[in-house]
Design a protein around this ligand. Structure first.
Ligand code: ASP
Ligand code: MG
Length: 424
């Protein structure tokens, strides 16, 4: 008997019709003789709506209470999916994170899974029942509800697949899989048939939004092979698994416009200064991505770094404090930047990829403001206005272009209708 763990994203559950279509897919799997588990996200924009509701009564809602509220989104989904399955004459049971035995740390809003107790899920499967699990949520040792961070249902699914020793883990969303680049920006983007865990991790970290990064880490650590596919088509999707021997030099290009570049001017170039600056930022819980320190002149230097732009309101007071403490004159903030990352496992054994990337950008008059690399990734910060041109140029230069344009057939029926209505 084949055990299949599936996960359905919010868009694939946004309407009663879509819920029924998910139910039919699950029933078909069941009727083929498989054991079926489905992890579900909150319907449509439910999580965003709940966040808006929370913030309308409290600008910074207590983390525990926020988890209580957000967890309800997935509970709506799980119960309606179970009801829809029952309407098709097949047994289904919905389980909350707690009932499904998803144990987590107690860091509210971004808890991590610390253990699994899958007995109840196993029992239900033995009883020939389709199990619907609320994604994104778990329970602490103290019996408090936690959530796993935005997109966390992916992680629930991968964890359950690992814990249940599933034969397959299928992640359904509104996209066909992992693309060489965002097809909305680069119409010649190609869907990848396969991508390795490490490439997927780099792509996810660099801004490609297909899978939650934590889910990919989990999958890699437990050797869970993932199949990412669209809930709206029968296209084959992308498999995420261990790298094969023959790795592409460049598999994909990601971009991220959500960061801001901060330059602290004229920092005294004395021992331990960088430690002071970045300790202050870290202790306020703000992430820093790229860092560049310039050559010092007359005992002063400039330090540039990037952080999520949405953290700027919290970052500014920290920087103001540093200004005063260190006698620094000023800092500059640029929130119009974009980070472009070229990722490929084959880079390890192919020198010259960075040089090629920089040359292509220069030929297209794109100025590079910062650079960072890992073994299989090269990232640059550029002016955000050049994003689309830079992506297209790199996509072509690294031989990623498809023969055909990303087709409208990839859109759902509703999206097509909406487009037609707009007269485009
Ligand atoms: N509903 C949650 C979110 O929107 C979790 C998920 O979709 O995976 O982030
Ligand atoms: Mg969601």
């Amino acid at each position: 008997m084949v055990r299949i763990v599936t996960k359905f994203g919010g868009t694939s559950l946004a309407t009663p019709e879509r819920v029924l279509s998910v139910a039919r897919r699950l029933v078909a799997y069941h009727n083929e003789g498989n054991e079926v588990v489905a992890v579900v996200s909150a319907m449509g924009s439910a999580t965003d709506d709940l966040l808006t509701l929370a913030r309308s009564v409290n600008a910074s809602p207590p983390a525990r209470e926020l988890d209580m509220l957000l967890a309800t989104g997935e509970m709506v989904s799980m119960s309606v999916v179970a009801m829809a399955i029952a309407s098709l004459g097949v047994q289904a049971v919905s389980l909350t994170g707690r009932q499904a035995g998803i144990l987590t740390t107690s860091t509210h809003n971004k808890a991590t899974i610390s253990g699994l107790r899958c007995d109840r899920v196993r029992q239900a499967l033995e009883d020939d029942t389709i199990v619907i699990v609320a994604g994104f949520q778990g329970i602490t040792d103290n019996d408090d509800i936690t959530t796993l961070g935005r997109g966390g249902s992916d992680t629930t699914a991968v964890a359950l697949a690992a814990g249940l020793g599933a034969d397959r883990c299928e992640i359904y969303s509104d996209v066909d899989g992992v693309y060489t680049c965002d097809p909305r920006v680069v119409p010649r983007a190609r869907k990848l048939d396969e991508v390795s865990y490490e490439e997927m991790l780099e792509l996810a970290a660099a801004g490609a939004g297909v899978l939650q990064m934590r889910a990919v880490e989990f999958a890699r650590n437990f050797g869970v092979v993932l199949l990412c596919k669209s809930a709206f088509s029968s296209n084959p999707g992308t498999t995420v698994k261990e790298a094969t021997m023959e790795s592409a030099v460049v598999s994909g290009i990601a971009y991220d416009k959500s960061e801001a570049k901060i330059t602290i001017r004229n920092v005294p170039d004395s021992l331990g200064i960088a430690a002071v600056v970045f300790e202050a930022i870290a202790s306020s819980g703000i992430n820093v991505d790229m860092i560049v320190q310039n050559i010092s002149e007359n005992g002063f230097t400039d330090i540039s770094f990037t952080s999520p732009a949405h953290e700027l309101p919290r970052l500014r007071p920290v920087l103001d404090g540093l200004l005063e403490r260190l006698g620094i004159r000023e800092y500059l903030v640029d929130d119009t930047i974009a980070k472009i990352s070229v990722v490929g496992a084959g880079m390890k054994s192919n020198p010259g990829i960075a040089a090629k990337m920089f040359k292509v950008l220069a030929e297209h008059n794109v100025n590079i403001e910062m650079i960072s690399t890992s073994a299989i990734r090269i990232s640059v910060v550029i002016d955000g206005a050049s994003t689309s041109g830079a992506l297209q140029a790199l996509h072509t230069a690294f031989g990623l272009d498809a023969d055909d344009l990303f087709e409208e057939t990839q859109l759902s029926a509703e999206e097509l209708a909406a487009k037609a209505a707009k007269g485009r």
